[in-house]
Ligand binder design. Structure first.
Ligand code: JJW
Length: 447
């Protein structure tokens, strides 16, 4: 037996996001988001699923907070639905939407759980999409106004904030690969959205310093790890190009104030380039308090002529996969985090998401998800090693507290440590919930 023991001051948490759990899509003045539109259009989401009811957390949040309390987490990471608090996208606040988040925050604090708020977890008000959405620079001003309103409203109660979740998904996956809302397939649109998301981040950080001077703010980019399939130079370079798309494209601007040139020229070969205006990089590269990292999967990668923009092909070999088909590659977690630390220095890091999709059901009142426990053990072992290597990891936040609406995959794909019955909204903590609770309580686990 090996004991994996964590520093006493490591924060433990669980995460969700508004569109994935709240439901109540048409209640109390919430307006549609791009995900309402996208999921209700045929063919975009598996089984025609949508977030109209989701986990009904809008009504069941007190029960969810009790599950968090029993779990013993320090942090709960959730997101605010912009169309719930500012239904017109800009302007008037919706008092009922704002009240919901006050109630949730108060409930968390009364139960000893620290809130961590994500401002943008993909549910852009549809009214703003109708005016160009994130392709338009005006949306960055709308976001700044929204962020300022939230800082004023909740800044006295909430210390930890995240501007943008997974900007790669919200830009390229959504506007170039067409898989997420709004479902476009235009590289220039992907590049424009990526730039405007970064700019929106920078503008919000600027406002945050004035409005919540004692608080901490960061963002939560996602990255996989691509390990070169062979030491051949062309494979090493291909893996590096693949990584740059998710990693350097979203981190160089924030930590170095520029885009990586190699990728800029690849985009230019496809007639796409970012519309950078004077002062943009000054805004984008303002110091932040932490980097959030969302990590799920990794793979081997090699050079393949003609394969996509970057001529890189993933070679997952026979790595085991989770039920969403993503290879399990816990070593990549260590490699990613140490690489980030080498590249960008000692920026404090929160693991803002890590977790596994397994679709176990309830049997005799129990959910025996040993595979999820194994996944968490492997990834927490990588985190432990990363901490020992001197990387400042401040917290670990599991995705997700609840099974929920997994975007284009719908409800079929379950990431929760708590099972949700989507007919009754009944919650059943899984074996992984009890394992995580014990690990948090002990500060260690046996491998
Ligand atoms: C990539 C699939 C084709 C969420 C992707 C699809 C096909 C080239 C999980 N993180 O639900 C990435 N999630 O809301 C945020 N992260 O491409 C939280 N990334 O590619 C979780 C999906 C994702 C993806 C899904």
């Amino acid at each position: 037996m090996t004991t994996i023991e964590f520093p006493k001051d490591l924060k433990w948490g669980a995460a969700t996001a508004s569109y994935q759990i709240e439901g109540a899509a048409n209640e109390d003045g919430r307006s549609p988001s791009i995900w309402d539109t996208f999921s209700h259009a045929p063919g975009n989401v598996k089984n025609g699923d949508h977030g109209d009811e989701a986990c009904n957390s809008y009504h069941l949040y007190k029960e969810d907070v009790q599950h968090l309390k029993k779990l013993g987490v320090d942090l709960y990471r959730f997101s605010i639905a912009w169309p719930r608090v500012i239904p017109e996208g800009t302007g008037e606040l919706n008092p009922k939407g704002v009240a919901y988040y006050h109630n949730l925050i108060d409930e968390l604090i009364e139960n000893g759980i620290e809130p961590m708020i994500t401002l943008y977890h993909w549910d852009l008000p549809q009214v703003l999409q109708d005016k160009g959405g994130w392709e338009s620079r005006e949306t960055t001003d709308a976001f700044q106004q929204y962020a300022e309103a939230m800082f004023k409203e909740f800044g006295e109660k909430v210390n930890k904030w995240i501007t943008i979740n997974e900007p790669w998904c919200a830009s390229f996956l959504s506007n170039y690969l067409g898989i997420h809302a709004p479902g476009k397939t235009d590289l220039q649109a992907g590049v424009d959205v990526a730039h405007n998301l970064l700019l929106a981040h920078g503008k919000a950080v600027k406002s945050f310093r004035e409005l919540v001077p004692e608080g901490e703010i960061g963002y939560a980019p996602n990255a996989t790890w691509l390990e070169p399939f062979s030491p051949a130079e062309e494979d090493v370079n291909a893996a590096r190009r693949g990584m740059m798309w998710q990693k350097e494209w979203f981190m160089d601007p924030v930590f170095k104030g520029s885009y990586p040139e190699e990728l800029t020229s690849i985009f230019e070969n496809d007639n796409a380039s970012p519309k950078v205006e004077d002062g943009d990089f000054e805004l984008i590269s303002q110091p932040i308090d932490f980097m959030g990292i969302n990590y799920y999967t990794g793979s081997l990668a090699r050079h393949k002529e003609g394969e996509g923009l970057f001529e890189v092909e993933e070679v997952p070999l026979d790595y085991r996969k989770t039920d969403i088909g993503w290879p399990i590659y816990a070593d990549g977690f260590y490699k990613l985090l140490t690489d980030l630390n080498d590249t960008y220095g000692d920026v404090p890091i929160y693991i803002t998401e890590n977790g596994a999709c397994y679709n176990h059901e309830v049997e005799d009142g129990r959910v025996r998800d040993q595979e999820r426990i194994d996944y968490l053990k492997q990834h927490l072992t990588s985190i432990h090693r990363t901490i020992k290597a001197g990387v400042p990891i401040k917290g670990y936040i599991v995705w997700s507290l609840l099974d929920n609406f997994e975007w284009a995959e719908g409800y079929e794909k379950r990431f929760g440590i708590i099972h949700v019955n989507y007919r009754t909204f009944e919650r059943t903590p899984k074996d992984s919930y009890y394992w995580y609770r014990q690990t948090i309580q002990n500060g260690w686990f046996e491998l």
